[in-house]
Design a protein. Sequence first.
Lengths: 118, 118
Amino acid sequence: MSKSLLTLTPVETAACCSPLLREPLSLDQAERVVPLLKALADPVRLRLVSIVAASEGGEACVCDLNDAFDISQPTISHHLKVLHEAGLLDRSKRGVWVYYAVRREVLADVAALIGGSA
Amino acid sequence: MSKSLLTLTPVETAACCSPLLREPLSLDQAERVVPLLKALADPVRLRLVSIVAASEGGEACVCDLNDAFDISQPTISHHLKVLHEAGLLDRSKRGVWVYYAVRREVLADVAALIGGSA
DNA sequence: GATCAATATTGACAGATGTCGATGTCTGCT
DNA sequence: AGCAGACATCGACATCTGTCAATATTGATC
């Protein structure tokens, strides 16, 4: 875990499986993870993440993303904002274009939390 | 992956990381995974899963779950239904009591999909 | 079979969410 | 300066979602 969604004690780290499955999540912990899951829990956003991740150089221009869907440009922009604000996508402006890149560590953290090595 | 949220070809299986990060998710694939993420993307439900998983014998009675939250019994029942229908919780009735158990393979599938070995 | 306790279902309601069209804000170009 | 293209923001709308109180259902017990 890079920045750690959960704070782990040595004992916990050594145990069998992911924190989610090992011990009851506190309200605090849950509320730290849920925004990330919410951000991913939409077909358009999940595909956006996937398309960005699978793009050359690990990043994609918004213009390309718009073409990949049948929904309006403002809606794509909105979804990208949600993903960015959740911390799942990095944003960098180069000239007129805006590029998004997947923060894989964050995604890995979420994965480790919910499924770990179950 | 137990029942496979995604169908993988040998080539894909051999690659670097999770399907989500390796190649664009199809609409079909996204719509198969999203219900699971939606089910997890709620603080109460995420904690329910966690509490059930961490319980003795890997299962928990609804009565215990009710006590663990400050929300009404019908609401807990509703959340358990959502988790059950998403395929994340198994349900078994014994006498007057209903027990829920986490389907860890499903959780592992989701984790493998979104974070794999990123 | 009457009653009680454990869950589920129903109906209602406020608030969140996905979508759009219209418009705003940059940036590069002529 | 002015224009055109890329992206974001705004305002509106319909739908979805979490929650509750009230009620129904089911199983055990007297």
